[in-house]
Ligand binder design. Structure first.
Ligand code: NOJ
Ligand code: CA
Length: 589
């Protein structure tokens, strides 16, 4: 519960308390303080009018990203894929899916980004392939126990006739994590084998004990490094190695909370280590054996010039455990999902921020920050939900609907708080427009396998993947030259279109642009950070100093006084000599 603060702090309003992070003035790699913008290719911009975003579409909109002022772009998968999980089911790691264009289109996009001073990170999906990948097709065509099957995790079933799955694991998307093959003449006495898939049944898990799997992925890294990419975002980085013997697991896994154990869900405490329940647990995640893989990859990247980087998508808690992925000889960054999943609560945010620096500083890695991506409800919508503590996997039209205005106000405040922190920040396409989730999408148009595998009990991730609005007055809001966008856009997207925001004072786009410019000019990304003493224990205010910039966010319900004489650099909403509720300000003081 928010409480009313004294408007004037009891100590000097600007004196600093505990130092949380010490900045660095020395030479550093670009990724340490980069702002990296996630492009979800099928929903960014459609170049050819088939209603699906593509690589020429991205190239045509690079100026928007340059105007915004991001340092790098991360592209979700565009590889050859049957698109059963929107491209996270890869059939050929070395080719562009015709849906998105050609390798030549990719080269042109990369050159265009580099010419504008922006780096490009691509997605690598090593935990599983598509069931259409040549390796899996060979495995299906080969006998149990054959070398072709050894690249995946095939097992005999349990029960007298092998009719029970090999263990009790569930897919993160819902339903069992095992699928049984069709019978073959050469099946053993236990009948057809089963294969493991932590996600959809069209996404069989690879066996990372197999040397060919390891060699294949270092070759794939080289393929894209040779093309000139600046790094890789590594999908399910905590899942590649499974515990020996694939033991049963009685915890639960889901998209909603990253898969906490039942016990953790009941824990009413607020751990000092910043954990929020965002960590996947169980014998399929965060096994020590994954680190050896990333050491090998680190060495491959180090052979190339230009500080190429690896970023881990690892739903691992506590943050000290996550930091093991970014030790000096492993990856370079890891997404901070503990931050993303923190409630709109001053004490909880201070806790996660402090724990993030503590864990990463210990291994010399930059802390990263992220509020939205293609797997979670957009943060402006999350923060406007009736209960901001819950983290649904999508919102149904029949659910209580978010307060759009409150969500946007808080969302802008959350962004300004995040961008004031030293480290590297990730933005998800559309958040620079304040774009909300599509929360009234008809179920008939949903495409996320998580919706179907939970038998419709979870809405799924389509609501955050809706094609972007570029022009308020154009059909499909200018997403492409023609054609219906692959997911319907809500009518409200007209107000969020890029063309009604670019150059318009007070728009969310201009707020992001100004924040990125100020961040760069003030060296915020590589600065140090200390709490403002007066607010160190506040229930409502998060306030810290980063160099000459003071960031104050009011998460409470009552306005608080701003320090007298401070110059206002940037605000997420209107301020007077007071900072209203759900507002963040950057001061020079
Ligand atoms: C994480 C990706 O971000 C998500 O979109 C995907 O469904 C799973 N990994 C499986 O690849
Ligand atoms: Ca297209």
């Amino acid at each position: 519960m928010a409480t009313t603060e004294p408007t004037i702090p009891t100590t000097e309003p600007l004196s600093t308390g505990a130092t949380v992070h010490v900045g660095s003035e020395t030479a550093r790699e670009w990724w340490r303080d980069a702002v990296i913008y996630q492009v979800y290719p099928r929903s960014f911009a459609d170049g050819n009018g088939d209603g699906i975003g593509d690589i020429p579409g991205i190239t045509s909109r690079l100026d928007h990203l340059q105007t915004l002022g991001v340092d790098a772009v991360w592209l979700s998968p565009f590889y050859r894929s049957p698109q059963k999980d929107a491209g996270y089911d890869v059939a050929d790691y070395r080719d562009v899916d015709p849906l998105f264009g050609t390798l030549a289109d990719f080269d042109a996009m990369l050159a265009g980004a580099h010419a504008r001073g922006m780096r490009v990170i691509v997605d690598l999906v090593p935990n599983h392939t598509s069931d259409q990948h040549v390796w899996f097709q060979q495995a299906l065509a080969s006998a149990p126990g054959s070398p072709e099957r050894a690249r995946y995790i095939f097992r005999d079933g349990r029960g007298p006739a092998g009719e029970e799955p090999p263990n009790n694991w569930h897919s993160i998307f819902g339903g069992p994590a095992w699928t049984r093959l069709e019978p073959r003449e050469d099946d053993g006495p236990l009948g057809p084998q089963w294969y493991l898939h932590l996600f959809d049944s069209t996404q069989p898990d690879l066996d990372w004990d197999h040397p060919e799997v390891r060699t294949e992925f270092t070759d794939v890294l080289r393929f894209w490094l040779d093309k000139g990419v600046d790094g890789f975002r590594v999908d399910v980085a905590h899942g590649l190695v499974k515990a020996d013997g694939l033991p049963d697991w009685h915890g639960h896994v889901s998209m909603v909370d990253g898969g906490t154990s039942d016990d953790a869900e009941d824990d009413p405490g607020a751990p000092e280590d910043g954990s929020t329940g965002a960590g996947n647990q169980g014998p399929m995640f965060d096994q020590d054996g994954v680190h050896e893989i990333y050491r090998t990859w680190h060495d491959v990247l180090a052979e190339y010039d230009g500080d190429r980087c690896l970023v881990a998508e690892a739903w691992v808690e506590p943050l000290s455990r996550l930091a093991r992925y970014v030790r000096p000889d492993e990856m370079h960054q890891a997404f901070n999902f503990s931050f993303l999943t923190t409630a709109w609560d001053a004490a909880a945010l201070r806790r996660v921020v402090a724990a993030s620096y503590q864990a990463n500083d210990e291994v010399g890695a930059p802390t990263t920050w992220v509020l939205s991506n293609h797997d979670v409800v957009r943060h402006v919508t999350r923060l406007g939900l009736p209960d901001v503590g819950v983290r649904p996997n999508g919102v149904f039209a029949t659910d209580p609907q978010p307060d759009e205005e409150l969500g946007l106000r808080r969302g802008r405040a959350a962004t300004l708080l995040m961008l004031g922190l030293p480290g590297s920040a990730y933005l998800y396409q559309g958040e620079e427009l304040g774009l909300p989730e599509h929360t009234t999408m008809p179920n008939e148009v949903r495409q996320d396998p998580a919706h179907f595998r939970t038998h419709g009990s979870e809405a799924g991730r389509d609501g955050c993947r809706v094609p972007l609005p570029w022009h308020a007055d154009a059909p499909g809001f200018g997403f492409g030259p023609a054609g219906e966008p692959w997911l319907p856009q809500p009518a409200s997207y007209a107000r969020y279109a890029a063309d009604v925001q670019e150059g318009v004072e007070g728009s969310t786009f201009e707020l992001y642009r100004a924040a990125l410019a100020t961040r760069r000019a003030e060296g915020i990304g590589h600065g140090g950070m200390a709490w403002l003493e007066a607010w160190e224990d506040s229930a409502d205010v998060v306030a810290f100093r980063n160099g000459d910039v003071v960031v104050m966010a009011n998460l409470g319900t009552a306005p608080v006084a701003l320090p007298v004489g401070a110059e206002v650099l940037l605000t997420s909403g209107p301020v007077t000599d007071e900072l209203p509720a759900d507002t963040t300000v950057w001061l020079r003081a």
